[in-house]
Structures are given as C-alpha cells and as structure tokens.
Design a protein. Sequence first.
Length: 162
Amino acid sequence: MKQKITLEIAKELCSRFLGKIPDLEMRETKTLHSKLVGEMAVILAKNKKIDHDLLRIAGYLHDIGYSVDKENHSEHSFKLLENEYEISPVLKDCIINHGKESSPQTAEGKLIQLADRIWVFNQELVIKLLRYNENKIKEKDIEFLKKTSARAIEYFEKTDFG
C-alpha cells in the first residue's frame, strides 16, 4: 500500500533528494526555492478555497527531480514518488506541469507554476546570496536575479490573479 504524503514527509523527501546535488550552493538554492515556492503559492491562494498544505507539499516536491537530471526534472520528480507514495491528480499536475512550457490543468497547478516564476521576490534568497559572498553579491548571482526577475515580471504582466 502506498504512503500518504504529509507536509513532514514532503520536507524530508525534499531534503533527501536535493541533498544528492553535488554543488553545495545549488543544493541550498534549490532547497530554499522549494520551500519558497510553496509559501508563495499559499500567499497567492489567500482568498481561494484551496488546500494550503497541498501547495506547500507541491512546493517541496516539484523540483526533487533535479537530483536525477536538470532537463527533465519534472518527470523525474514524479517518477521518484509514484511507486511508493499516493499522488493525487492535483499533486501530479503541480509537479509535472510547473515548467514554463507546461499548461497546468488545476488551480493548484497554476498557482505552483506562478509561484515557481516569482519566488525570486523573497528576502531569504537575497540573504542566502549575501551569506555566500561575504555581503557582496557576485556578478553571476546578479545575472541570475536579472534573468529570473525579468521572467517573473513578464509573467505578472500576463497573469490574471483573480
């Protein structure tokens, strides 16, 4: 019998799988990203009748496939879970369809996709970047922030938050 995924299990799975990423900075960034995507999705769902725990769980799990392969991480994220854990169609939609080329079918999937785009607008990321760089943000990190911020702003312009 497959196990139900609770928030605590999702956190542990996130830590276990992303902990396999060899590069420490990438591992910590992806782990922080996963947490913040769930939190951002909850903020976006504030006035909607949506399961906030499901959004947090999806945030923690949507990128665990990076431990296998960056290019197909969405599919790998799902495959890492499907044999051992109960995955509802909504959670599957959140995990499989969070990428920019995907089209989530559920409200929750759309919120995770949006949160995945705009997570960069969070103070925890800036604090992390400064910690690694002796209170100075490296040029590569500035380029990362420019690129992800531009994508997030573009997504804001095209999205109806109602």
